[in-house]
Design a binder for this molecule. Structure first.
Ligand SMILES: Nc1ncnc2c1ncn2[C@@H]1O[C@H](COP(=O)(O)OP(=O)(O)OP(=O)(O)O)[C@@H](O)[C@H]1O
Ligand SMILES: [Mg+2]
Length: 345
């Protein structure tokens, strides 16, 4: 049985799609590894339940946080996805959403690992391009998109069939969690976990002064005495705590806007900066970007826009592209441009 899969290997969620089935799998990006030899034992929710049985023999890892190219994880995981998926096709190929800042060398490494996992054809596309296509948009007009994920954020500007700007930075959801951890440590001598910080972020996190003022009771251990201490934390304090990752994000967006070629400016000003990714759901994110850049912000509606876009692209992708293509971002832009004039590569 041959299969076609779109894979969005997010740092916090792995989402897999297929051309005619849509989303076929969505699991937390955890893998359970054997402590003895590092081999993959389970992934997703199953990895958690395995860990509950034995922490001595099993460790939990989040493989896509740093790179997609860990051989002992990527190959068995992709093989598993091929085995598990129900969808059928006459081709055995995968399309992977990749960070915008990735190099040709890391693309090549991933393609090699996919082949080892049983893919006849493997392609990559920059995640924000897939997100725009998954949302049902095209590239007839210039687009500027900011995708804020868990471990990475991407900024991409496309116009006239050309990628004018692409960058991937570390200021994303987890950087905001880390900022809460540091704030509590520095201001109250309180130690909390990254997961606890993420919960606080969901409950009261905000990046713009105009959002409703909220508070939550936080408890943690004193960094010196180890005793349990409690504190009421207000959302205005988080505005201060979030300054570093938020500034980094805004600077990156401004850098992209400052490099906008003149022919793209009108479209971007009219349609706004498209915003997507779980990290963009932090309260006040669109308003803050709007306030600093003075450009309208347009949040994408679909939560799984990237994976849906991959499925959509697979439907249109010609049979057997030349393997040398690898990253098909530019091909996708052309496929989803209906305007008459698109410059040749
Ligand atoms: N309502 C919310 N408020 C604040 N943050 C949120 C909200 N919902 C999700 N997040 C954050 O979004 C991040 C997950 O986003 P997403 O699913 O886009 O990441 P990912 O695709 O798994 O990771 P990456 O793209 O970085 O590899 C997490 O850091 C999470 O805390
Ligand atoms: Mg993502």
């Amino acid at each position: 049985m041959r299969k076609e899969l779109g894979i969005d290997p997010g740092a916090s969620t792995l989402t897999v799609s297929a051309p005619h089935e849509g989303i076929v799998l969505k699991e937390p990006s955890f893998v359970a590894k054997s402590r003895a030899d590092g081999s993959l034992l389970a992934f997703g929710a199953e990895a958690w339940s395995l860990l509950e049985k034995s922490t001595e023999q099993i460790s939990l890892a989040r493989p896509f946080r740093e790179s997609l190219c860990a051989k002992n994880i990527t190959v068995p995981l992709f093989s598993y996805l091929f085995d598990r998926s129900e969808c059928e096709s006459n081709r055995n190929r995968i399309l992977i959403a990749s960070p915008c800042g990735d190099t040709e060398a890391s693309d090549a490494a991933l393609i090699e690992l996919s082949a080892q996992a049983g893919a006849d054809e493997c392609y990559l596309v920059y995640a924000p391009i897939a997100a725009l296509i998954g949302e049902g948009l095209n590239f007839d007009r210039a687009k500027c998109i900011l995708q804020i994920g868990a471990s990475r954020s991407h900024v991409l500007v496309v116009g006239n069939g050309i990628i004018f700007y692409r960058a991937t930075i570390r200021a994303a959801g987890e950087a905001f969690d880390a900022a809460i951890v540091s704030y509590l440590e520095n201001h109250y001598g309180m130690k909390i976990s990254g997961q606890a910080a993420e919960r606080i972020k969901y409950q009261i996190g905000a990046v713009w002064t105009g959002t409703e003022r909220l508070s939550v009771d936080v408890s943690g251990r004193h960094i010196r005495t180890g005793e349990i201490i409690k504190k009421r934390l207000w959302s205005d304090e988080l505005l201060i705590a979030f300054e570093t990752p938020m500034t980094e994000l805004l600077e990156e967006v401004c850098r992209a806007l400052n490099k906008l070629p003149s022919e793209c400016i009108r479209d971007v000003l009219e349609d706004g900066i498209f915003l997507t990714g779980g990290g963009s759901r932090l309260r006040g994110m669109p308003q803050m970007i709007r306030e600093i850049t003075r450009v309208k912000v347009t949040p994408l509606q679909k939560e799984d826009a990237v994976a849906l876009g991959l499925a959509e692209i697979l439907k249109r992708l010609p049979t057997k592209m030349p393997m040398a293509v690898g990253n098909i971002s530019r091909n996708c832009i052309k496929m989803y441009t209906t305007a008459r004039h698109v410059p040749a590569e």
